[in-house]
Design a protein around this ligand. Structure first.
Ligand SMILES: NC(=O)c1ccc[n+]([C@@H]2O[C@H](COP(=O)([O-])OP(=O)(O)OC[C@H]3O[C@@H](n4cnc5c(N)ncnc54)[C@H](O)[C@@H]3O)[C@@H](O)[C@H]2O)c1
Length: 345
């Protein structure tokens, strides 16, 4: 039996209390869904800056009324220290997801990105330390690798950040490390690569590539590729991220805590390949999609050109094993976007 299966059985037998910040967002709402399915009690904190009530309503429709009754929502800002203290009261595990994502947003508005991602992070970290939570797991980012070019990215070798967003995520890691040294406080940072899946927002200037392309292809709109399409990324389905958070929260071994882990598939696809895969996943449902061709534009500032994760550290120390591969993840995600298109527009 995998460590993940064992942990899930243990949680079902002895439910815990979790705090998910950013619970109304894409990753937060997927964490919520899984934890409620496991009969856990979940406190959620979100100010709906980029998340939505619609995501929470969808989770409500996917779990039983009893399971949903174990969810307690606090609407508010992670920059509010009083709310952070309230949210973390009696909590075993914190999964800190709240942040302003997007490299372009951080370039156009570094002050707000810094406020939420650094000050909000620090307030949540302090509240969690003061409440003596068992584990503080936080969403770090592959953007921390910056300009470090390597065929495979390993956690201890990073380059210079290429955007204000990357700076904020690096600062998170530094604060978590310092808190572990000074206060013996246990945290784990998960460097997510390019995560995709249901409930990821396809709209707006800061949307991620997979939902944006799926949405555009379904509508028959132009799909833009920045660069020549040979830039590659490690695209990872959100179910693997959920797994990594639950494994990170519950790992007991001291070797495994106060560490940073890559969370990805461990293999990359070029944007041109991704275009074809998405086209293939939508083609059985949308007849026009197979004739679409991408339009190539110039590279955007701050974007990393190549990124493939070495996931061996998470495999070895956390027992992480990605179960949903790229093609299967895209197939599942495309079905969700097709079914939810009217709602998202
Ligand atoms: N999606 C990815 O590919 C990816 C990659 C690397 C890292 N991450 C990180 O993962 C986390 C979750 O990202 P996501 O993709 O689910 O984004 P998302 O925008 O869907 O979710 C973020 C959530 O945080 C909430 N939030 C923002 N500011 C807040 C504030 N001041 N107070 C309270 N809540 C606030 C938003 O309303 C939203 O619900 C973020 O920390 C992000 O930086 C995501």
């Amino acid at each position: 039996m995998s460590r993940y299966q064992q942990v899930r059985e243990g949680l079902r037998a002895q439910p815990k209390r979790w705090l998910i910040t950013g619970v109304a967002g894409f990753i937060g709402s997927n964490l919520l869904e899984e934890l409620l399915r496991l009969d856990q009690t979940v406190v959620g904190l979100d100010n709906f800056a980029t998340g939505s009530r619609r995501n929470l309503e969808e989770v409500r429709s996917l779990v039983t009324p009893l399971q949903f009754s174990r969810f307690h929502m606090i609407e508010g800002d992670v920059v509010d220290a009083r709310l952070c203290r309230e949210a973390v009261t009696g909590v075993d595990y914190v999964l800190h997801q709240a942040a302003l994502g997007s490299v372009p947003r951080s370039i156009s508005d570094p002050i707000t990105t810094n406020l939420v991602n650094v000050e909000g992070f620090l307030k949540m970290l302090i509240a969690s330390r003061d409440a003596s939570v068992r584990r503080f797991v936080f969403a770090a980012s592959s953007s921390t690798y910056g300009d470090h070019e390597a065929s495979s990215q390993v956690e201890h070798v990073i380059g210079r950040p290429l955007s204000p967003y990357a700076v904020t995520k690096l600062i998170n890691e530094l604060y978590a490390d310092v808190f572990s040294q000074i206060f013996s406080f246990h945290s784990i940072g998960l460097r997510y690569f390019n995560i995709f899946g249901r409930r990821q927002d396809p709209k707006g200037p800061y949307s991620a590539v997979i939902p944006r392309w799926m949405d555009a292809m379904i509508a028959g709109d132009v799909v833009e590729i920045f660069g020549d399409g040979e830039a590659s990324r490690d695209f990872c389905h959100v179910s693997n991220v959920v797994q990594s958070n639950i494994l990170a929260a519950t790992i007991e071994s001291s070797d495994a805590t106060n560490q940073i882990y890559n969370v990805a598939l461990g293999r990359s696809a070029s944007l041109n390949e991704l275009f074809s895969l998405i086209q293939g996943s939508l083609a059985p449902h949308c007849l026009n999609v197979k004739d679409l061709k991408p339009v190539y534009r110039g590279l955007r500032a701050g974007d990393i050109v190549r990124s493939t994760a070495d996931i061996s550290k998470a495999q070895r120390l956390l027992g992480y094993e990605p179960v949903c591969l790229l093609q299967a993840g895209l197939a599942e995600t495309s079905v969700w976007y097709l079914a939810n298109r009217a709602r998202l527009n």
